[in-house]
Write a protein that binds this ligand. Structure first.
Ligand code: AMP
Ligand code: ZN
Ligand code: FE
Ligand code: FE
Length: 288
């Protein structure tokens, strides 16, 4: 079987492995193709593409963009993007600036709660990549305030946590447009994080997103239950959306997730990549 993984992170954002290392792990794991989809950045893609050539793994250039969605988190994956495009860079720079302003605010809030971690400490953890909450979570763990990254989120960092600070996000139509403008395939990541209570509510949201240009849904995902997976596959069929899937691999920042390994992975084969490529060719009139 030709296995794939269409959702992974490197240390260009909040994974712990360098882009070339993620490619090597994909090779070791027997994947034919995988997408590197760092949060709000394409900085890891050149290295990953080069490593893909070296190891003989097909690397699909991607990105994961958060969009505004009251009541839940909406993440849009852009797969097969022309990542060198300057306009994409400018739009991502807006999100990177929003992050850079938010991180010190989170740390200040933690300090106000008597939690003594410093910006310098978190900077050392994030290294060359852009800083995000998982790095702050790791600092909290290393300083002994929590036992795990998950506990750091549960107590302090998640959306209703004690040190949460909101961050600027583009509305869904702009997140989708910035991906389409660089010939990418926009896909709704891990639909359960929208926190919609019913299949009906999810279907109407998907219908709205499809009208804005959404092309696919990440039906197969490490943390989906069998019921969720079945629902997302059914909605994809009913709405004519592409199906994708991935592990959301983050290295040691999410130790429970393994590249290319997840429940439902037998459905995650190379024919989904072929469908993505066909869609891109049709939609954007591309050749080859
Ligand atoms: P940020 O980019 O700083 O907003 O952080 C986003 C990262 O934090 C992503 O990798 C998420 O998977 C992770 N994250 C967000 N919420 C949670 C949560 N409740 N538990 C664990 N990880 C989370
Ligand atoms: Zn992440
Ligand atoms: Fe996500
Ligand atoms: Fe992700």
């Amino acid at each position: 079987m030709e296995l794939i993984d269409l959702h992974t992170h490197s240390n260009a954002s909040d994974g712990t492995f360098a882009p070339a290392e993620v490619v090597r792990l994909a090779k070791v794991g027997g994947l034919k193709a995988f997408a590197l989809t760092d949060h709000d950045t394409v900085e890891g893609l050149a290295e990953a593409m080069a490593a893909g050539e070296k190891y003989g793994v097909e690397v699909i250039p991607g990105v994961e963009v958060s969009a505004r969605f009251p009541g839940g988190s909406m993440h849009i994956l852009g797969l097969g993007i022309e990542y060198g495009n300057g306009q994409l860079g400018e739009r991502l720079a807006v999100l990177q600036k929003a992050r850079a302003e938010r991180n010190p605010q989170i740390i200040a809030k933690l300090n106000g709660l008597g939690v003594k971690i410093t910006f310098e400490q978190v900077e050392k953890i994030s290294g060359r990549g852009q800083m995000g909450r998982p790095h702050i979570a790791r600092a909290l763990m290393e300083s002994g305030y929590v036992r795990s990254i998950q506990e750091a989120f549960d107590i302090f960092l998640r959306n209703d946590g004690k040190a949460y600070v909101p961050k600027f996000r583009f509305p869904p139509q702009e997140a989708i447009a910035m991906i389409r403008d660089v010939q990418g395939v926009p896909v709704l990541a891990h639909p359960f994080t929208l926190n919609l209570g019913s299949a009906f509510a999810l279907k109407s949201t998907l219908t709205e997103l499809e009208a804005l240009g959404l092309a696919g849904i990440e039906a197969i995902y490490a943390e989906h239950t069998p019921e969720q997976e079945a629902l997302y596959l059914r909605l994809a069929r009913e709405l004519g959306l592409l199906v994708t899937g991935g592990s959301d691999f983050h290295g040691d920042n999410k130790p429970e997730l393994t590249l290319g390994k997840m429940r439902g992975q037998e459905r995650l084969t190379y024919r989904l990549v072929t469908a993505l490529k066909d869609w891109r060719r049709r939609e954007y009139g591309l050749h080859g």
